[in-house]
Design a protein around this ligand. Structure first.
Ligand code: SAM
Length: 286
């Protein structure tokens, strides 16, 4: 019971993180998407180019949609921008969005061109079946077993499972860089489903620069701003600040370790993570 509560808290805080990311990204950098950028040769790794790198990522995704696909379930549709691009290309797209804030953005953008299942994928119910179930950087948030069994349920025979996401290598990262199912576990689990391997592209190199930019923002914006805030409270409310620092010392230490002590560079990403595109086909079942 206690474990479930902890898991729910983790899921909620991750979704809050995505909301904040969406608000800041949209406001400061005019970003439409929530996924990583795909840094092609010749694109300067600079924060002002993230929107271009995100557009390259969309191009990469679209170029790998298998021929013959007509209907798509976009799981974890974020702001709905990728679904819109797919709709504009003639695909029929339904979406899944468990986060009310993002769901609102997606439904304002997509209107009645789509149906949005407002729930966690793990809880989704429908009789509909799709030619392709797509996870663009959403697979990591979903329980592995459930993601695969629900997809098996919602895919028509001969349909495709399409995943583009971060996975963890079998190297223990000291809690600095979390996120992503273990690749070895993924291979182990997917082998138990009637999915036949079609394609795998490793885009770790093209996505690692995002981590350099992220680390740079943490070091040069988030940390100094946090320090200024703390100094302000210390000068105004010294006793209360001292008390809060003591009361939440473990949490503060953990957050400091996780976000502010480095370990978030492109090289760390290459070492501990791998960003993979996988396409599998659901075999006809007798
Ligand atoms: C990093 S964003 C990616 C959004 C979008 N696919 C894109 O490429 O911009 C992750 C998405 O996964 C969704 N998500 C998180 N947990 C989920 C779950 N259990 N079931 C379905 N979607 C989930 C979030 O709400 C968010 O829309």
């Amino acid at each position: 019971m206690k474990k479930k509560k902890k898991k729910t808290k983790k899921v909620i805080s991750r979704n809050l993180g995505l909301e904040i990311g969406s608000i800041c990204g949209r406001y400061f950098l005019k970003l439409k998407h929530l996924h990583y950028g795909y840094w092609t040769d010749g694109l300067d790794v600079d924060i002002s180019n993230i929107h271009l790198a995100q557009d390259e990522y969309v191009k990469f995704i679209i170029s790998h949609v298998p021929e013959g696909v007509k209907t798509i379930l976009d799981v974890g549709c974020g702001t709905g921008e990728l679904a819109e691009t797919l709709l504009n290309r003639g695909y029929e797209v339904d979406c899944v969005s468990p986060c009310p804030f993002l769901e609102k953005q997606a439904s304002e953008l997509l209107g009645d061109r789509t149906h949005i299942f407002e729930c966690f994928y793990e809880e989704m119910q429908t009789d509909k079946q799709y030619d392709m179930v797509m996870f663009c950087e959403s697979f990591q948030y979903i329980d592995l077993e459930q993601a695969l069994s629900k997809t098996n349920e919602f895919l028509s025979s001969g349909g495709y499972l399409f995943i583009s996401d971060v996975f963890s290598k079998d190297i223990k990262a000291r809690g600095v860089m979390s996120g992503g199912h273990k690749l070895s576990k993924f291979y182990d689990r997917i082998a138990k489903f009637p999915f036949r391997f079609i394609e795998n592209v490793d885009i770790t190199e093209e996505t690692a620069p995002n981590m350099d930019l992220y680390g740079d923002v943490l070091e040069n914006v988030i940390q100094p701003v946090t320090d200024v805030g703390v100094r302000f409270f210390e000068s105004r409310y010294p006793i209360a600040t001292k008390f809060l620092k003591w009361k939440y010392r473990k949490k503060i230490e953990k957050a400091h370790k996780k976000y502010l002590e480095g370990g978030r560079t492109g090289d760390d990403f290459r070492k501990y993570k791998s960003y993979q595109l996988f396409v599998y086909k659901k075999d006809a079942q007798e």
